[in-house]
Design a protein around this ligand. Structure first.
Ligand code: FAD
Length: 440
C-alpha cells in the first residue's frame, strides 16, 4: 500500500468529478483544475459560440468555448444509462419526466454528485492548466488564472480528464471545400435553428448530432440535405419532412455554391454544417511525446488509460467512446486509476503493457480499422467488462439489455426520426410486460 499522494486532476466534467471522488475515497490529496467558473464540462450549456467561424482554418488563439451542446439537446441514452453505479438519472428527476431528458438534468445530476461527495470543495475554478511536465518522480503542473497569472506546483500524479468534444474535426477532404466561398460551420458552434431560416443547408455526418440538428433546422430552413459518408445511399426524402433529403457522400463542391452528391443530385447551398466529430487535444502535455495524439490515437496507452512509461503516475480518464454505458465506463476507469495509485491493484510491467498496446494496434490494422478509431469501442462490452472485473464491480445485465434494444432499434430504422419518443414507448411497454410477469 502506498502513502497518500498529491494528485492533480485536469477538468471538472463527468470524468474529472468521478476521478476526484475515487481518489478522495482512497485518501489521496486531490486538486481538480477547472478552466471554467462552473463544473459540468460538456453538460454546462454555453449559448456563446466561438468568434472564429472559419472552421477549416481555426485560429489556435481563438477564445475557446468548451461545450458543444445545442439548446434543445436531449440525451441520446435513456435515463438508466445516464449515471453511475450509485447515482443515476434513473432514480432522480429534476422536473423533466422524459426517458431521454434535456441536458439540464444531466448538469444537475453532476452538480449534486459533486456536492454530495465533497468534490466541489477540491475544485480550483477559473484555473486553466497550461503545462504538465515530468519532474523528479512527479509532475510540474502550471496553471493560469485571470487574477494571479501563472503558478506552478509539483504533484505526485496527474489524471487528465479534459474531454474530447471541443476541437472540431471537419470534412476537409471534400473536393473543392477550401474554395467554397459560402458559410461553413461546425456543430460545435450550433446552438439554435434560427440563423438557418430560409437557407439551403447541407449537413455532413450521420451521428446523433447530425440527425438532431438537421431535423431541428428543417423546421425553419428552406431545404436540408443530409450527406453521410456512405457511397451506396440513394437520395430519399426523409419520412415526415417535405424539405429534407438524405444523400450519399459529396462528390464535389464549387465556389458558386453548388454541392454535387455521389447520388448525382446537385443543389445550390447557402451553408455547409460539419457534424463530423472532434479531435483529441492536449495542448498542455509537454513530455517529449511520451504520450501524444496522432490522427486521434492517443498513445501509447495501456487499456486507453495508462502510458506505460509513466504509469501509474500519469493517467487518462474518459477517452473511450461508442459505448452504451459511458458514465459507468468512466466510473470504472477512475476507480481503476485510484486503486492502482493506492497500490491496491497492480499493473503489468512496462514491457507487458506496451506489448498489449501494440497487439491492439496490430489487431486494428488486421481488421482494417483506421487509426482514427483507436479509442472507439464499437458499442461492444468486452472492455467495460474487463475494467469491471479489475475493480470488482459489474455492469448489470438490465443496462446491457436496454442498450442492446436501443442499438438494434437505431440500426434497423434508417431514418430514426423521433427515436427517443418511440424508444421511450417501447421501454415502457417492456416495463409493463415485466410488471405483469412479476404479478403472475
Ligand atoms: P468534458 O465533459 O468535456 O469535461 C472536461 C472538463 O475539462 C471541462 O470542464 C473543461 O472545462 C475542463 N478542461 C479542459 N481543458 C482544461 C485545462 N487545460 N485546464 C483545466 N480544465 C480544463 N454522453 C452520454 O453519456 N450521453 C449523451 O447523451 C451524450 N450526449 C452528448 C452530446 C454531445 C453534443 C456531446 C458533445 C457529447 C455527448 N456525450 C454524451 C458525451 C459526453 O462528452 C460525456 O458524457 C461526458 O460529458 C464527457 O465527460 P468528460 O469529463 O470526459 O469531458
Amino acid at each position: 500500500m502506498t502513502d497518500s499522494l498529491n494528485v492533480a486532476v485536469i477538468g471538472a466534467g463527468t470524468s474529472g468529478l468521478l476521478t476526484a471522488r475515487e481518489l478522495i475515497r482512497e485518501h489521496h490529496r486531490v486538486t481538480v483544475f477547472e478552466k471554467s467558473n462552473k463544473l459540468g464540462g460538456t453538460w454546462l450549456y454555453e449559448p456563446r459560440v466561438e468568434s472564429d467561424d472559419d472552421v477549416l482554418h481555426l485560429d489556435p488563439n481563438r477564445s475557446v468555448v468548451h461545450s458543444s451542446l445545442y439548446s434543445s439537446l436531449r440525451t441520446n441514452l435513456p435515463r438508466p444509462l445516464m449515471g453511475f453505479s450509485d447515482y443515476s438519472l434513473d432514480d432522480k428527476s429534476y422536473g423533466d419526466p422524459r426517458t431521454f431528458p434535456g441536458h439540464e438534468e444531466v448538469l444537475k445530476l453532476l452538480q449534486d454528485f459533486a456536492n454530495e461527495f465533497r468534490v466541489t470543495e477540491v475544485i480550483r475554478f477559473n484555473s486553466e492548466v497550461v503545462r504538465v511536465d515530468s519532474s523528479d518522480g512527479g509532475f510540474v503542473v502550471e496553471w493560469k488564472t485571470m487574477e494571479v497569472g501563472s503558478t506552478e506546483e509539483v504533484f505526485d500524479a496527474v489524471v487528465v480528464c479534459n474531454g474530447h468534444h471541443t476541437e472540431p474535426q471537419v470534412a476537409d477532404d471534400v473536393p473543392g471545400i477550401e474554395e467554397w466561398s459560402r458559410k461553413q460551420v461546425h456543430s460545435h458552434n450550433y446552438r439554435i435553428p434560427e440563423p438557418y431560416r430560409d437557407q439551403v443547408v447541407v449537413v455532413i455526418g450521420n451521428g446523433p448530432s447530425a440527425l438532431d440538428i438537421s431535423q431541428e433546422i428543417a423546421t425553419v430552413a428552406k431545404e436540408v440535405h443530409l450527406s453521410s459518408r456512405s457511397t451506396n445511399v440513394k437520395v430519399t426524402m426523409l419520412d415526415g419532412y417535405k424539405n429534407m433529403w438524405q444523400h450519399s457522400k459529396i462528390n464535389r463542391v464549387y465556389d458558386d455554391g453548388r454541392v454535387v452528391f455521389q447520388d448525382g443530385y446537385s443543389i445550390e447551398a447557402n451553408v455547409i454544417l460539419h457534424c463530423t466529430g472532434y479531435k483529441f487535444h492536449f495542448p498542455f502535455l509537454k513530455m517529449n511525446n511520451i504520450v501524444r495524439a496522432d490522427d486521434n490515437r492517443v498513445g501509447p496507452l495501456y487499456k486507453h488509460v495508462f502510458p506505460p512509461l509513466l504509469a501509474p503516475r500519469l493517467a487518462f480518464v474518459g477517452l473511450t467512446y461508442n459505448q452504451g454505458v459511458l458514465f459507468r465506463m468512466f466510473e470504472l476507469q477512475s476507480k481503476w486509476v485510484a486503486l492502482v495509485l493506492s497500490g491496491k491493484l497492480l499493473l503489468p510491467s512496462e514491457d507487458e503493457m506496451l506489448a498489449d498496446v501494440y497487439k491492439h494496434y496490430q489487431e486494428m490494422e488486421e481488421n482494417g480499422i483506421p487509426k482514427w478509431h483507436t479509442h472507439s469501442l464499437a458499442f461492444k462490452s468486452e472492455y467495460v467488462d474487463w475494467l469491471a472485473a479489475q475493480v470488482g464491480l459489474e455492469i448489470e445485465d438490465r443496462l446491457k439489455e436496454i442498450f442492446g434494444k436501443l442499438f438494434a432499434y437505431y440500426v434497423s430504422h434508417p431514418n430514426p426520426n423521433g427515436f427517443r419518443d418511440l424508444f421511450q414507448m417501447l421501454l415502457m411497454e417492456k416495463e409493463l410486460e415485466l410488471e405483469k410477469e412479476s404479478v403472475r
